[in-house]
Design a protein around this ligand. Structure first.
Ligand SMILES: NC(=O)c1ccc[n+]([C@@H]2O[C@H](COP(=O)([O-])OP(=O)(O)OC[C@H]3O[C@@H](n4cnc5c(N)ncnc54)[C@H](OP(=O)(O)O)[C@@H]3O)[C@@H](O)[C@H]2O)c1
Length: 359
């Protein structure tokens, strides 16, 4: 198969490699579309060993089923699924024609959801669940609050933020968020009750006032630059809890930060580049959250982050990295259709979701 493979000196390229074999409890997915996250280019720069396949987020169809896959998961060949793997650290990644993944971590996707939209669910939705449920213990859309409670989702335009706003709103929370003014409407359409300009130096004070100084819960979807201070200052005088996507300590008394790492879902030691030991509590929660994501999509639907397709599939990954690193990305998801890769057969995706191809 073709895949985007590291060459060991911080560079990578499109290469022909062996199709991975699904191990115990795993499935092989034929990838139809893959989405890009900042972690992809950050991982590529870590000078990892040669032969690793980049890319985390994918959507596609189940092509093979490994041994000991739990029958209750109702995994069948041809089923449409999405999810994420820890790309870039082994010869298995989403920027490839095939990827192997734990069967209990795939999200079944409804026929009406395109592969392109579904390919962004993995990292963004896993992270949303870790932040809102594992760290902040907030209610889920399946058990919504009757009396709203405030939550701040800092950066309602980021990949994680766009889903966190939707999950929080569906759970009956009053959602405050931030964006640049050109994206205020987009974040309101996702369900935010109030949106503030993150570049306004008074925003933390405005959020503090809008919540009458009682805000206790926040997700910082940026977690660098000014945001550790801005999010902390939005919280009540007594403090509160912030789920962060990059590690930091708050300088405000009473504020606890809880760093979330989507990769912890896989239950393995992580070197990124610091070592995070495997956490079985996260691994245990992973299938529970994957079922929750699936149910929320089926019962309520979720708005996808606007997709920006790069034209040459896997051959566009270096352009996609450059676009993201240069800071051009705004409220959108860089997405690759694998069949757009030069030299690969075109795949004809029928509206029912079944896939016909000539290879
Ligand atoms: N720990 C984890 O597991 C995990 C998971 C996912 C992401 N992350 C990390 O989280 C960060 C964001 O990643 P992402 O993919 O979610 O985001 P992204 O989609 O790349 O974020 C782009 C958006 O961020 C907004 N933005 C930029 N600076 C901002 C600020 N100071 N305050 C509020 N919004 C701001 C921009 O909004 P406008 O367009 O409105 O200007 C832009 O639309 C990255 O560092 C990533 O590595 C970590």
């Amino acid at each position: 198969m073709k895949a985007v493979v590291t060459n060991g000196n911080g560079a990578f390229g499109l290469k022909s490699v062996k199709v991975p074999t699904p191990g115990r409890g795993e499935v092989l997915v034929k990838v139809i579309a893959a989405s890009q996250n900042p972690t992809d280019w950050k991982t590529a720069m870590l000078h990892l060993k040669p032969g690793n396949i980049l890319g985390c987020d994918f959507a596609g169809v189940i092509a093979d089923i490994g041994p000991d896959v739990d029958a209750s998961l109702m995994i069948t060949r041809g089923k449409r699924v999405a999810g994420a793997v820890h790309g870039g650290v082994s010869p298995n990644g989403a920027f490839a024609e095939y990827v192997t993944v734990l069967a209990d971590m795939v999200i079944a996707i409804p026929d009406k959801l395109s592969f392109e939209d579904a390919s962004q669910l993995g990292i963004a939705c896993y992270t949303t669940c870790q932040c809102l449920y594992q760290e902040l213990h907030l209610p889920t859309p399946l058990e919504p609050l009757e009396v709203p409670m405030d939550v701040l989702i800092w950066s309602g335009t980021s990949s994680t933020g766009q889903y966190a706003v939707q999950f929080a709103k569906l759970a009956g929370l009053r959602v405050l968020s931030t964006a640049s003014p050109k994206n205020f409407e987009l974040v309101k359409d996702l369900g935010a009750d109030e949106v503030f300009d993150y570049a306004d130096s008074k925003t933390a004070r405005k959020i503090f006032a809008a919540t009458s100084g009682t805000l206790k819960h926040a997700v910082d979807c940026i977690s660098e630059g000014m945001t550790p201070n801005q999010v902390s200052m939005s919280l009540s005088k007594e403090g509160g809890t912030i789920a962060t996507l990059l590690p930091y300590e708050s300088r405000k008394k009473g504020v606890e930060t809880r760093f979330v790492l989507a990769y912890k879902f896989f239950g393995k030691d992580i070197e990124f580049p610091f070592v995070f030991p495997a956490d079985q509590e996260h691994r245990k929660n992973a299938p529970v959250y994957c079922r929750l994501i699936q149910e929320v999509i089926t019962c309520f639907g979720l708005k996808a982050t606007p997709v920006r397709i790069f034209p040459y599939g896997l051959a566009s990954v270096s352009d996609g990295f450059e676009y993201m690193r240069s800071g051009k990305l705004s409220a959108e998801k860089i997405t690759y259709r694998i069949s757009d890769t030069p030299g690969l057969d075109k795949w004809d995706v029928a509206p029912t979701g079944s896939v016909r191809g000539s290879s």
